[in-house]
Design a protein around this ligand. Structure first.
Ligand SMILES: Cc1ncc(C[n+]2csc(CCOP(=O)(O)OP(=O)(O)O)c2C)c(N)n1
Ligand code: SF4
Ligand SMILES: [Mg+2]
Length: 307
């Protein structure tokens, strides 16, 4: 291979021509639309029309409404990606699934984006609807994906009792520590001391450790992971979907916009570092005191029961 002089202007013309040729090979190579170099915004029309038809995961998504409305760097995209990969690897036919959700940014992960039968219900009522689906369609996989506000706040009671009854449904709770969609109000999982729009002098309450609460309530499988641990999360999702009985994963996720602005982490990378640096695997917590665990995310499998 000959070494080219990169200052040669013809070199760039050749590269541009080669790239144009590649792009004309319709659908053979992924192109993700054009990004305005000044605003950094993607042209959605372009990105939809040039999206490759053959990508192995597109068949699981409602293409007509892509790209997603998630803000740049939102953990919702990671959870959607991880969930879609989990379903693809497990070779589950989406016709055998029903995804149920409530209201909030995280609720958009299954509905409208995931292409299966979806129930987009009222705020806090996803589990109640899901239990009804399971009763009528016991052979279907019933999966709930929704936020901390939806499942731990307004819908907390349904969550506790579905776990206690060990109903055969799977819940992925996306905990971004805030009411993201409505602009950043305090939620039951907001960390102590964080300013939000409804706690302008800082949150004086301690956050609910929702996975621990579900583990105490019952259920067959309870785990916690973060969007930083995408591969562990994917395997845990697969395990939860396979597990008979009530299975639950708390997914600590980033909301750089509504939470990040309050917590001084406006960029997605610092949000991910926050998740990484405060995570500790459950196996490493033996002998640690409550004080030492304060503010830490204990990740891994918290509970497994065969009932
Ligand atoms: C009965 C009812 N109360 C309040 C609202 C307003 N509301 C919509 S989404 C939301 C919070 C959602 O928070 P979360 O579930 O954590 O989702 P996120 O947007 O953070 O992903 C609230 C309070 C509503 N839609 N319905
Ligand atoms: S407000 Fe937060 S949770 Fe909602 S889409 Fe934006 S970054 Fe994601
Ligand atoms: Mg939330």
């Amino acid at each position: 291979m000959s070494i080219r002089d990169l200052s040669d202007p013809e070199y760039f013309d050749e590269v541009a021509e080669a790239n144009a040729e590649e792009r004309s090979m319709d659908g053979l190579r992924p192109t993700y639309g054009t990004v305005d170099p000044l605003s950094g915004l993607m042209d959605p029309a372009e990105s939809v029309s040039s999206r490759p038809e053959h990508h192995r995961l597109l068949k699981y998504l409602r293409r007509e409404i892509l790209p997603t409305t998630f803000c740049t760097g939102c953990g919702g995209g990671t959870v959607l990606n991880t969930f879609t990969n989990a379903i693809d690897e497990m070779r589950i036919d989406p016709k055998e699934m029903v995804c149920v959700t409530g209201i909030g940014c995280s609720s958009w992960i299954p509905s409208p984006y995931f292409l299966c039968d979806t129930l987009h219900t009222t705020h806090g009522r996803a589990i109640a609807f899901a239990c009804g689906v399971k009763v009528m369609k016991p052979d279907m996989k019933v999966i709930i994906i929704a936020g901390d506000g939806d499942l731990a706040g307004i819908g907390g009671n349904h969550l506790i009792h579905a776990a206690r009854r060990n109903i055969d449904i799977t819940v992925f709770l996306v905990n971004n520590f805030i009411y993201g969609m409505t602009g950043g109000q305090v939620s039951p999982t907001t960390p102590f001391g964080i300013r939000t729009t409804t706690t302008p002098y800082a949150n004086v309450e301690h956050p609910m450790r929702i996975a621990d609460l579900v583990a105490a309530a019952g259920g067959s499988y309870v785990a916690r992971w973060t969007t930083f641990h995408a591969f562990q999360l994917m395997e845990s999702m697969q395990y939860a979907i396979r597990k008979k009985g009530f299975s639950f994963i708390e997914v600590m996720s980033q909301c750089p916009v509504s939470f990040g602005k309050s917590a001084g982490m406006k960029d997605p990378v610092s949000n991910l570092k926050y998740l990484r640096d405060n995570s500790i695997h459950v196996d490493g917590t033996k002998g640690m005191s409550e004080e030492e665990l304060e503010g830490k995310f204990v990740v891994g499998r918290l509970v497994e029961r065969n009932q």
